[in-house]
Design a protein. Structure first.
Length: 210
């Protein structure tokens, strides 16, 4: 198999894992719905920054992590579940309407960016994907590890921009339709909160039963 074919297979798997609804997607859409296009794109940028972390993780530490997987992966899963639960609880108890956030400031944009990064690096799905794919697709015959990891990281960031950025723009567009009916936005946030809590519970169950 050639290097180009190798990258195409990686991209197909990557596209599938990013396109499946999860905590990153929920977070980006929630920010776009409540804060508009800028906050949605800020959350997307934070998620994209996490790709730098995962690229380093996959390139330099995957061998060590694989050996320590029984204990370390459990810790990662529980930490991610705790953060998901916190986000879900915050959304559940909030009563934020779209028109309340019409004049979002730089602090809210920075918060969306920062939380987008944290949410992504605590996403258990991302660690599972890295552990499952990087040892397979980074091959000595294709050149230095750092250059292969750089290409894979760039593909990841561009895919996140295409999927999450597109969803952020679409959600922000529909935001205008929700301004006149703030109750709908409140319930969207609460439903998203329940989804975060449900995913957190499933993650804990998976970590303890693994």
């Amino acid at each position: 198999m050639s290097y180009t074919q190798n990258l195409w297979i990686f991209f197909v798997l990557l596209f599938g894992i990013i396109a499946v609804p999860g905590m990153d997607m929920f977070f980006v859409m929630a920010n776009a719905l409540t804060g508009g296009r800028v906050r949605g794109l800020a959350a997307t940028a934070g998620t994209m920054l996490s790709s730098v972390f995962f690229t380093l993780f996959g390139a330099f530490f995957v061998g060590v992590i694989t050996k320590l997987a029984p204990s370390l992966i459990t810790i990662i899963l529980i930490a991610g579940a705790g953060y998901m639960f916190w986000i879900g609880f915050t959304l559940l108890k909030s009563s934020i309407a779209v028109d309340d956030l019409g004049k979002s400031n730089s602090k809210s944009k920075w918060s969306a960016f920062r939380q987008g990064f944290i949410t992504s690096i605590l996403n258990p799905k991302a660690y599972v994907f890295i552990l499952a794919t990087y040892p397979v697709f980074i091959q000595p015959s294709f050149g230095p590890v750092w250059s292969q990891a750089l290409v894979m990281g760039t593909i990841t960031m561009l895919t996140q921009l295409g999927i999450y950025g597109g969803l952020a723009l679409a959600a922000a567009k529909s935001r205008d339709l929700l301004i006149s009916n703030p109750v709908v936005t409140i319930w969207i946030g609460r439903v998203a909160g329940m989804m975060f809590i449900a995913v957190a519970a499933l993650t804990v169950w998976h970590a303890l039963s693994a």
